[in-house]
Design a protein around this ligand. Structure first.
Ligand SMILES: [Zn+2]
Length: 281
């Protein structure tokens, strides 16, 4: 099948737009959607230091995209952060550092076993604050914020995709717990941005491959509980017949999350990072 925009062979069919796209035009489409999201939410401001939380190939692609986008901007600094999730057995730090080196980007590192975070966990348990124990994972959120604060980061960029956002919304509805959407119960202190949130995971993966990052490894079966996995499968099946479903869910979630979190508040980094596989080069 030919690309709808040029004579090259198409590698993807966008059922929601009716377009067949080649690899170059998928990349252009991903970048256009990300730029639109950044403009709409004013995610790039004078003096910003944006650090990309490196977790998987999609976040590597996000770092690549932001580096290109700001190449002429001397007022904006782009860096990377990686937090090693000791409990998952993944050592993502070494993968992340290789990606940062490839992209000539400084990379800050932290660990989920951070001492001060253990103290925070103990405090929240002592206070018996149910919102902390149920909704937030301070041992994942706090190291990210702590490392970011140490290096003057003004925003943390996450490679969250449309699939992640739509699934988070549907899962919250199925659990009967829409309060999970938004920042209310999270300990995040530095604003999060997610430029790829209106792009499907499949298209971000194609863009990542276009940028030189290989396909994702299979996600470990241990990541996420049964309901999460069933929600992912349900959403993918349903989208086959109803292509606009993921966009509708994202918009619903944006309205439910409200301000100031809005679209950035749909998914907390602490939950999202837990479900990510390691980066492969
Ligand atoms: Zn094309």
């Amino acid at each position: 099948m030919q690309c709808s925009k040029c004579p090259r062979n198409a590698i993807v069919f966008q059922s929601y737009s009716g377009l067949h796209l080649c690899d170059q035009h998928v990349a252009e489409d991903v970048k256009a959607k990300a730029k639109k999201m950044i403009r709409a939410h004013q995610w790039l401001r004078y003096g910003d230091h944006i650090s990309v939380a490196l977790s998987d190939n999609k976040s590597a692609a996000l770092l690549y995209f932001l580096k290109q986008l700001t190449a002429e901007r001397r007022d904006i600094r782009i860096s990377a952060i990686t937090i090693n999730q000791e409990s998952t057995g993944f050592n993502i730090n070494s993968h992340a550092k290789r990606i940062a080196e490839l992209l000539d980007t400084e990379c800050f590192t932290g660990s989920s076993e951070d001492e001060s975070v253990t103290v925070f966990d103990t405090i929240s348990q002592k206070a018996k604050d149910p919102t902390m124990s149920v909704y937030c994972h301070p041992h994942r959120c706090l190291p990210l914020d702590k490392v970011a604060q140490q290096h003057g980061v003004t925003k943390i960029a996450l490679g969250i995709t449309l699939d992640d956002a739509a699934c988070a919304v549907l899962e919250s509805v199925i659990r009967g717990d829409v309060e999970r959407l938004g920042f209310k119960h999270c300990v995040e202190t530095i604003p999060r941005i997610s430029p790829f949130i209106s792009v499907t995971a499949a298209e971000v993966s194609l863009y990542a491959a276009h940028c030189g990052f290989k396909n994702e490894p299979a996600i470990s079966p241990d990541l996420g509980d049964g309901l999460h996995k069933d929600t992912v499968a349900l959403l993918d099946r349903f989208t086959n017949n109803h292509p606009a479903t993921k966009y509708a869910l994202m918009n619903l979630g944006k309205n439910l999350a409200g301000f100031p979190g809005g679209i950035s508040g749909l998914i907390r980094a602490c939950e999202w990072l837990q479900k990510k596989p390691a980066v492969v080069l």
